[in-house]
Design a protein around this ligand. Structure first.
Ligand SMILES: Nc1ncnc2c1ncn2[C@@H]1O[C@H](COP(=O)(O)OP(=O)(O)O[C@H]2O[C@H](CO)[C@@H](O)[C@H](O)[C@H]2O)[C@@H](O)[C@H]1O
Ligand SMILES: O=P(O)(O)OC[C@H](O)CO
Length: 535
């Protein structure tokens, strides 16, 4: 019997393909938009790779199938799994906790039980799909228990994990009733990747607080039989398919569409753009509030400046997301009602997903891109904007210092979204920025996004896994920086106070309890909305 097991298995909550049912009732699959699959597709194809994930709908009952040279292994989730594992523990416990409790996390034992059992299901599927000595790469916060489950069942595997969202300071992380189990789950991996140096530092600090393991720089020494194995916990900042996005933005039809968008908006002198999943981490309300105040103050005029806010639907059954949608739509409606004219709406609000071509046209049409996240692992929108503007070297990126992208895009206009007065001044400054300064800033960002594209990200991560498999001493990797950090401008790590990386640190290994001394102050404002509305 032929062995159809794979030498490279990727495990992520969602599959890299989307299912649509045609008018004839027949389902078809198409590649999901997004950099991860683009980056991994060639290596997956050449390795005869397999991808384990959920098909996005309950109880699909699908058998594994082949799509574009990748073996797709669907995981079934029931309605109850979706409610408890996905909407509950992943997106109402871990998501707010890991984003600095911008919204209060909910802790429910039933949700944890479901997280455990669904993680087990993903792990079992990966175990069955992996050839002897294969590499398994697990993605993101929904599956943090999978690395240990894999190691226990299959010590022959080389295991990677990448966390796409922040890893919080210990004082926040320590709220989690299952904090030790999660750390132990992650330490099943050989390489644990984070977006920022600060996230990796927060993780190793949590290890030292919770477990009697020593760490040195990015290396955690995990007891293994009579000895110890080294786990590398390090920043691998993710990026985009830069060349693909640049090419898209050069297409004549995309450029024509950008012109059409400007025309349809009434040819305002300046267009500002926000593009986000409708998520409370993205700072949409802060941005809209600043814009509304600039109108009220007479510092911008309707018809002269327009704001386009694209907010794609997300996690719509989770209460904090419903509440956010109501708040954003109420505020947008009020601003348009107060300042709109028959011919001009100050804010064009679009609650849909768009094809990549339309996204590129929007980026080309926007004079100022507003990324005002309160906390974001990376923020790919910021990088897409830079790639789209690499041809004309125009446009101004206003970027939150709380987004991982701020570590790399140092010549963006960096802002603190909590400081509404500062944000207003930054927006006004961006609108008035001279052409030469726009070019200078954009050129530096283009260099960074070209050097550090998603292909570089995946190659660097997979190379680290290869070195583990070869048995290399990981200390060299621990010390080496990515191209990004090697060339990074001097200055703070951009981790805001309370989120700094620890740098090299050797711990004695004693269990240190659960002190809260390194916590950032929680951002919940009990006097305001439950999800921390700006005042
Ligand atoms: N209306 C719309 N129509 C079509 N496409 C749309 C859209 N709105 C957004 N998108 C696309 O969706 C992607 C969003 O990526 P982000 O990095 O901004 O956030 P997200 O929180 O989903 O990702 C998580 O993973 C990424 C990758 O690791 C991290 O950068 C991030 O911090 C973490 O929260 C971008 O490629 C963007 O173009
Ligand atoms: O729509 P979700 O819940 O799968 O989340 C998408 C985000 O990119 C998760 O990092």
């Amino acid at each position: 019997m032929p062995d159809d097991r794979s030498h490279l298995v990727v495990v992520s909550n969602r599959l890299p393909v989307d299912r649509t049912v045609g008018p004839d009732g027949e389902p078809t699959w198409s590649q999901s938009p997004g950099g991860l699959v683009t980056a991994l597709e060639p290596v997956m194809r050449s390795a005869g790779g397999a991808w384990v994930g959920w098909g996005g709908q309950p109880d699909l009952g699908l058998e594994p199938f082949e799509h574009d040279g990748i073996r797709i292994i669907p995981i079934d989730l029931s309605e109850s799994d979706i409610e408890r594992y996905y909407e509950g523990f992943s997106n109402d416990t871990l998501w707010p906790l890991y984003h600095d409790v911008i919204a209060p996390p909910s802790y429910h034992r039933l949700w944890w039980d479901s997280y455990l059992s669904v993680n087990r299901r993903f792990a079992d599927a990966a175990i069955a799909a992996a050839a002897p000595d294969a590499t398994v790469w697990v993605q993101d916060y929904q599956l943090q228990l999978v690395p240990r489950m894999l190691r226990e069942a299959r010590p022959d595997l080389t295991i990677g994990f990448f966390n796409h969202i922040p890893f919080p300071a210990y004082g926040i992380y320590s709220q989690l009733p299952w904090r030790t189990q999660i750390i132990e789950g992650l330490l099943g991996a050989d390489v644990i990747g984070f977006q920022r140096v600060a996230d990796a530092g927060n993780f190793t600090r949590a290890v030292r607080r919770l477990l009697p393991y020593s760490t040195k720089g990015s290396i955690v020494n995990v007891p293994d039989g009579d000895g110890a194995r080294q786990v590398l916990a390090k920043a691998f900042p993710i990026s985009i398919d830069t060349a693909g996005f640049e090419e898209l933005a050069q297409r004549p039809e995309v450029r024509a569409r950008a012109e059409q968008i400007r025309h349809d908006l009434g040819n305002p002198r300046k267009i500002m753009l926000g593009v986000d999943r409708l998520d409370y981490t993205k700072g949409i309300r802060h941005r809209v509030k600043a814009f509304g105040e600039l109108l009220a103050d007479g510092r911008i005029e309707v018809g002269d400046v327009a704001l386009v806010q694209v907010a794609s639907p997300s996690r719509e059954r989770v209460e904090t997301y419903r509440q956010l949608r109501d708040e954003v739509e109420l505020t947008v409606g009020r601003i348009n009602g107060d300042y709109g004219t028959i011919s001009h709406q100050p804010i064009s609000y679009l609650h849909h997903g768009f094809p990549r071509e339309e996204m590129a046209a929007l980026y080309l049409a926007a004079d100022v891109m507003l990324v005002t996240a309160l906390r974001d692992g990376m923020n790919l929108v910021a990088k897409e904007y830079v790639a789209a503007r690499s041809g004309d070297l125009d446009g101004v990126l206003v970027l939150s210092e709380f987004a991982g992208a701020a570590d790399e895009l140092r010549t963006a206009v960096l802002i603190n979204p909590h400081d509404i007065a500062g944000l207003k001044d930054a927006i006004r400054g961006a609108l008035d920025m001279p052409r030469e300064e726009r070019r200078r800033r954009m050129r530096a960002m283009r260099k960074r996004v070209r050097e550090n594209d998603v292909e570089h990200w995946s190659a660097t991560f997979l190379d680290a896994l290869r070195r583990v498999r070869r048995g290399d001493d990981l200390s060299a990797l621990s010390a080496s920086g990515s191209r990004r950090s090697a060339g990074q401008a001097p200055g703070p790590d951009t981790a805001p106070p309370g989120h700094e990386a620890s740098g090299a640190h050797a711990a004695s290994g004693a269990h240190r309890g659960s002190g809260h001394d390194e916590a950032a102050p929680p951002r919940v404002d009990p006097g305001a909305s439950a999800i921390g509305a700006p005042r």
